[in-house]
Design a binder for this molecule. Structure first.
Ligand code: MRU
Length: 327
């Protein structure tokens, strides 16, 4: 049985006149789907994190453009709103630009655009498989891996980036266990990664983000693996807020800090991490948990969704092609 079959869910499913998405805001309580039929459905799904994770939002936007083309809509406008739905993950802009490049050629009709979106999705799935295989070479038997956010099948068009490495190692016969950072403020680790690993039967333990130092310091973690939203030309890595903390901890305690990301996550026009735009999200993501208010009304809030890990702290970046060692 393939890893995809073991997971047995589809984050994105194309249906020629709509895109069916798992509504990730409802997990793990309910596995429900939404259907995107209008450009605004696609934009809202990306903004509200119904679909999230750098590669998955790229695939979603590509289908959004394909559908708009079928309906004869203004593709420049569609591309613009989709591209600006979230600023940090470069896969979104990358997928939109790839689709729009095709529209400027003679072969860029609606049918070709639909095939291009399907190709972006299929290629992403293949890159995930390859990252899994490349990353597996770095994982020893009995490895205890800590991961942050969700860089799994829910975040991509395939089996994930960081989680692809974990799935490949586990289903290739290694004894693997995973520490899952809950990932405040909106708990992608607790809600999504724990759900995914549970479905796949990968042994895992959920922790609060602030427990990582103590676990690593007590020799309970062999390596950290995360995904990435954008990797600059000098290999600085933007990923979910809290990733940088982990990289610092890894260096202090001399354990590897790995990043798994496909080539669509690299932005060579961005010289370094300082030039990566970090998305700031709504205060209520911090002041409430599942609608339950947990902070005084009117409190000042700062909610950057991502941070930048300097490349000096990254032991290796696992891509579908190679394993890059930034230092
Ligand atoms: O805000 P999110 O949930 O979209 O953030 C996702 C992440 O930070 C992931 O780690 C990243 O996109 C890599 S997913 C393969």
């Amino acid at each position: 049985m393939s890893i995809e079959e073991k997971l047995n869910f589809k984050t994105l499913e194309w249906h020629s006149n709509h895109l069916k998405l798992i509504d990730q805001t409802l997990l793990p309580d309910k596995l429900e789907y939404i259907e995107c039929r209008e450009t605004n459905d696609f934009v809202q799904a990306i903004k509200k994190l119904v679909v999230r994770g750098a590669p998955a939002i790229g695939c979603t936007a590509a289908y959004g453009i394909a559908l708009a083309a079928k309906k004869g809509e203004n593709l420049e406008q569609t591309a613009n709103v989709l591209k600006n739905a979230r600023p940090t993950a470069v896969n979104l802009a990358w997928a939109v630009e790839r689709m729009m490049k095709l529209t400027s050629t003679e072969a860029g009709g609606p049918e070709a655009l639909e095939q291009e979106a399907i190709a972006i999705h299929n290629e992403d799935a293949e890159m995930c498989r390859r990252m899994g295989k490349n990353g597996d070479k770095l994982i020893k038997d009995d490895c205890r891996i800590l991961t942050h956010c969700n860089a799994g099948a829910l975040a991509t068009g395939g089996i994930g980036t960081a989680l692809a490495v974990i799935y490949t190692a586990k289903f290739g016969g290694k004894n693997i266990s995973v520490w899952v950072d809950e990932t405040r403020p909106i708990l992608q680790g607790a809600r999504l990664t724990a759900w995914e690993l549970g479905r796949a039967g990968v042994p895992h333990t959920l922790i609060c983000d602030n427990m990582a130092a103590s676990l690593i310091g007590n020799n309970c973690v062999d390596c950290v693996i995360t995904g990435a939203d954008r990797i600059a030309a000098n290999y600085d890595v933007a990923n979910k807020i809290g990733t940088y903390n982990l990289a610092v901890l890894c260096q202090y305690h001399k354990i590897p800090f790995y990043v798994a990301a496909p080539s669509s996550t690299f932005d060579f026009e961005c010289p370094n991490g300082q030039s990566i735009i970090i998305e700031n999200r709504a205060d209520k993501e911090i002041t409430a948990v599942k609608g339950q208010v947990i902070a005084p009304k009117g409190v000042n809030v700062f909610n950057p969704a991502f941070d930048v890990t300097p490349h000096e702290l990254v032991t290796a970046i696992i891509t579908e092609k190679e394993t890059i060692r930034p230092v």
